[in-house]
Ligand binder design. Structure first.
Ligand code: SAM
Length: 283
């Protein structure tokens, strides 16, 4: 059955500069039976530019679930389909997940046609560690929820990549300043591959001032690349570890409490033991 099925292609398109459209992306979009596009009107311009006349169908976040089922049926009947989004790589903060998930479960061949993605373009130019990083997509648009997300990320030691809308960039940076601290290095990567491309690295304190003063920095498409938190120093007892030690001291003898706290927190056992003796002298 599956050898009669079509193939699902996940095709990256440029994030601004049409010169980044690969030859393979053009050939694939020309050859497939159908292009499932996030916004057909938007994609028509790109397709026209490259002389591609393949039929298009809308496939966006509001119809993703129902449309995925229909597209799967077409794939099972032998049609080949390409998914594209408005810019960059589909599924990366863009529609496509439901269809790829269904296709994988139905044993349909899924082929990537890689190309631009704002995450990697920003990360590669930020000059922050790239050996390990995390991507959090867009933070919440609601301040309270966003602050909570930032609090949970404050001790993350890996480089953090975020997408942010220009309308919220200042509010988001101000929350970061409050929660991650003034000295954290952040790169604002804006309008990558376009005429007003900007890659600006500063401390959070400096970046907030810069974005406040230059309203142009609150326009266009933006990725933030945030330096990870410093690795915890195992010779220092941070407040969280001290809290763990105090709780365990209520239930365990000093030596066991220090040992268990060391296993939980990674702080050196002898440091914790010395501190435990200060908290519970004479034990
Ligand atoms: N799928 C896309 C990708 O692979 O990068 C991302 C889609 S997401 C809906 C759109 C967000 O990506 C923008 O709000 C911005 O944060 C980021 N972005 C897209 N193009 C960009 C560009 N040229 N420069 C900077 N950020 C960009």
């Amino acid at each position: 059955m599956s050898n009669q099925s079509g193939t699902l292609f996940i095709v990256a398109t440029p994030i601004g500069n049409l010169g980044d459209m690969s030859q393979r992306a053009q050939e694939t979009l020309q050859a497939v039976d159908l292009i499932a596009a996030e916004d057909t009107r938007h994609s028509k311009k790109l397709l026209q530019h490259f002389g591609i006349n393949t039929p298009c169908q809308a496939y966006h976040e509001h119809n993703e679930r129902e449309t995925a089922g229909q597209l799967l049926t077409r794939l099972q009947n032998g049609d080949s389909i390409a998914v594209i989004s408005d810019a960059g790589t589909p599924l990366i903060s863009d529609p496509g997940f439901h269809l790829v998930n269904l296709a994988q479960q139905a044993d349909i061949k899924v082929v990537p046609i890689p190309g631009s993605s704002a995450i990697l373009a920003a990360l590669a130019t930020a000059g922050l560690p790239t050996d390990r990083f995390i991507f959090e997509g867009f933070l919440s648009s609601k301040q309270q929820a966003r602050q909570k997300q930032l609090q949970s990320l404050a001790n993350e030691t890996r480089t953090l990549v975020l997408y942010e809308s220009p309308h919220r960039i200042l509010a988001c940076l101000e929350d970061m300043l409050e929660i991650l601290g003034a000295d954290r290095q952040v790169v604002l990567a804006r309008e990558l591959t376009k005429a007003y491309e900007t890659v600006h690295r500063e401390t959070l304190a400096g970046l907030v001032d810069w974005v406040k003063q230059d309203k142009n920095q609150q326009r266009g498409e933006i990725v933030l690349v945030v330096a990870g938190a410093d690795e915890p120093d195992p010779s220092q007892i941070d407040t969280e570890s001290e809290q763990v030690l105090k709780i365990l001291l209520e239930y365990l003898p000093v030596k066991q409490a220090a040992s268990a706290t060391a296993s939980i927190t990674g702080v050196k056992k002898n440091k914790l033991y010395a501190r435990a003796l200060e908290i519970k002298p004479g034990t």
